[in-house]
Design a binder for this molecule. Structure first.
Ligand code: PDD
Length: 289
């Protein structure tokens, strides 16, 4: 049997149901996290729990559990579902109340759910790299909140997929922001450059791990806005996310980067990133789910 977490209880997943007036279902009124699991262990759990609490707070949802209690429940869920390699998806909504744009008054308990998803690492793509398209960033101006409202992201990702690509790299006018479900990095004169963490992008946890390993290994980094023109001239380009790790981009809008092979600095960062995973989760020997 598969289990899911619903409001503090771990139950049969097929019984984990929410009301039709749950505000997450009706308005996307909630926030979420995706946490990667390697060797049955959660990677960067503390950082995900912190961002979850920060996102919830920024839209005025008070989490019904402490981060410590949440960590315990997620651990139990992992064990019950015997997940070795995959993801935990967790979300909280403002709860169930009669439909009204205004926040409900009175005692409405947030709905908190989590479940596990089996999934191997994308090893083929990590090795060969992926293709991307460029698309105008049509999302709202609080992309720092990991909100359930992902329609702009979905439209971008779908467009990429329909063109045989892995990701849509979004830009506001001439400024590159982030992928539809990832952060973007480029290399210029040996310096790793990525958008500063502000309201226009999600402050990726993978992004932060990468920035830290760059600093520890004396790889020059800059967090700043860069333009489409700079991206076009980039020596290397890669994406980062919980599920995609450090993902080389080898082609954008049909134009090859570095004649279509992952760059050396990207590969170095992939190695360093794997070491970070191994420090927390143990040796990455295989891809067992
Ligand atoms: N997405 N930017 C956006 C818009 C994202 O949706 C994500 C992650 C990231 C990278 O964040 P992190 O490194 O913390 O995963 C950046 C997750 C994986 C998802 O929605 O499935």
């Amino acid at each position: 049997m598969e289990y899911a977490l619903l409001n503090g209880e771990i139950i049969d997943r097929s019984q984990a149901k929410v009301d039709v007036e749950d505000r997450g279902y009706q308005f996307g009124d909630g926030v979420y996290e995706v946490i990667r699991v390697y060797n049955g262990k959660m990677f960067t759990l503390t950082e995900h729990l912190k961002r979850f609490a920060d996102s919830a707070k920024s839209i005025g949802i008070s989490l019904p559990f402490t981060s410590l209690r949440l960590a315990e429940m997620l651990e139990e869920l992992l064990l019950k579902n015997n997940l070795q390699t995959g993801n935990i998806y967790m979300q909280v909504t403002r709860g169930t109340a009669p439909r009204n744009h205004l926040f409900p008054t009175g005692n409405v308990t947030p709905t908190l759910t989590a479940y596990t998803i089996k999934g191997v690492r994308p090893l083929e793509n990590l090795k060969s790299g992926v293709k991307a398209i460029l698309t105008e960033d049509i999302r709202w101006l609080r992309c720092d909140i990991k909100s359930l409202n992902l329609l702009g992201n979905l439209l971008a990702k779908q467009k990429a997929s329909e063109q045989g690509c892995f990701e849509a790299i979004q830009h506001r006018g001439q400024d590159v922001t982030e992928g539809s479900s990832s952060n973007i990095f480029m290399v210029k004169n040996g310096t790793v450059i990525t958008h500063e963490s502000n309201h226009l992008i999600l402050k990726g946890i993978t992004k932060d791990v990468i920035l830290n390993v760059c600093n520890k290994n004396n790889i020059p980094v800059q967090e700043r806005t860069f333009s489409l023109a700079e991206l076009e001239e980039a020596e290397e380009v890669f994406l980062s996310s919980t599920t995609a790790e450090v993902m080389p981009v080898i082609e954008i809008d049909g134009k090859k980067i570095r004649s279509g092979i992952p760059g050396p600095l990207t590969q170095k960062l992939q190695d360093l990133f794997e070491k970070e995973i191994e420090k927390q989760c143990g040796a990455l020997v295989d891809n067992v789910m």
